[in-house]
Ligand binder design. Sequence first.
Ligand code: ADP
Ligand code: MG
Length: 505
Amino acid sequence: MAAAKLMDFDRALELFEPVLGFEVHVELNTATKMFSSAGNPAHDANHGAAPNTLVAPVDMGLPGALPVVNEEAVRSSISLGLALGCQIAPSSRFARKNYFYPDLGKNYQISQYDEPIAFEGRVVVELEDGTEVGIDIERAHMEEDAGKLTHVGGSTGRIQGAEYSLVDYNRAGVPLVEIVTKPIVGAEHRAPEIAKAYVQTIRDIVRALGISEARMERGNLRCDANVSLRPRGQEKFGTRTETKNVNSMRSVERAVRYEIQRQAAILEAGGTITQETRHWHEDTGRTSPGRPKSDADDYRYFPEPDLLPVVPAPELVEQLRAALPEAPAARRRRLKSEWGFTDLEFQDVANGGILPEVEATIAAGASPAAARKWWTGEIARIANAQDREASELVSPADVAALQGLVDAGTLTDKLARQVLEGVIAGEGTPQKVVDARGLAVVSDDGALIAAIDEALTAQPDVLEKIRDGKVQAAGAIIGAVMKAMKGQADAARVRELILERAAQA
Ligand code: ADP
Ligand code: MG
């Protein structure tokens, strides 16, 4: 297929106004599934389970098997709805969404349709430069996931061209919350950035609530990005496309930018946009057509006759509301002022995704400045080089302990970096690495003085200069002593001692 023509992004924004809309699916990490007692593969303990080992008759729709609503999933959904600023429906209902597909044993998905559990919310997302943008939420509803198909034999991994397909019903019945935004207008040039920040915020919220592993690469969090353009001055929205299951924050940003550029080129050439789903291709950074999609897809929705309406007690809702964690934006504001960071310093931490690590390091006793220095400096550098997450390398407790050794004068900054390497290499706590590698600063003046006297004797001309008051000449002696001490000395103390010895010699 020929590559689509793209319009320059800035030019596209001159001619058209982008309108966005997001559907984010969150897999809940409940112990069991939405309507059965089978283990939930989206729970960390079940990650990597062999195909078709987490399946109950209900998940397959076997005759006579009846669904039972998972109470924990309902609680999680209410908490999420509240965290999104939504109203919680006093009564909401499940519905059957009918369609045939091999990953859906029952031939219908249990979802919510006209009576979602949560509706009319708003979340504040923060862009990288600290600008806050409010995103209106249309609804958040509960549903079950379908199974997972693997198409084998083709070159693309898609069904077209495949020789056969495998189906894994482990994912059938995984509890999901689908969060749908209202159309987002006014994003303008920042549309791609807002897209990314929105998904990031949803991830932060569900993580703070502890209701999902929220790992996009595992499919715990999946985003469909709707994009349309309207000519400047036109009120009616343009035709949208829905790019499916974009599986990283960065890809959400890229996919939105790409669709704006692609649609602008078509519209400018007098063409029309087809209302359709599109697939995102991570390797090429493009989207390709999926299936056409009318607004009135006929899923023959009707109320699920096997389940009662969900009627949460008002006390339960209030209890969950009282237990909500601080909203991500409010939390960031509070931490920034508590830590006394500048805007730039704080953005460095927040954009690096290491806010929880820095917070925990401070809680473990390090100063905010020291915690920030380690996580945005040496640890970030090593994480980058090893292509790993900073949070996986070292624990906040170890970082705080390491800084404690620096503060106590046991380690210089340079030695501390070596100790950090040891900790990351799995050699144990900072103290253990110091002991095992013999890395502590030599604080025994006797050993330092011996090395100083030796260096002064070896370089009498330097001794002469120091005596004549040219104290900067001491640098040469400091260098020799540090070398003799293998770097394990406090340079300031060495300098002090040199001046003393030179005066006495
Ligand atoms: P569907 O299930 O058909 O995708 P939904 O209502 O679940 O429809 O989600 C559609 C998403 O697209 C919502 O976030 C909605 O706000 C957004 N949207 C609707 N119309 C447009 C449009 N013209 N341009 C961009 N986004 C739109
Ligand atoms: Mg939808």
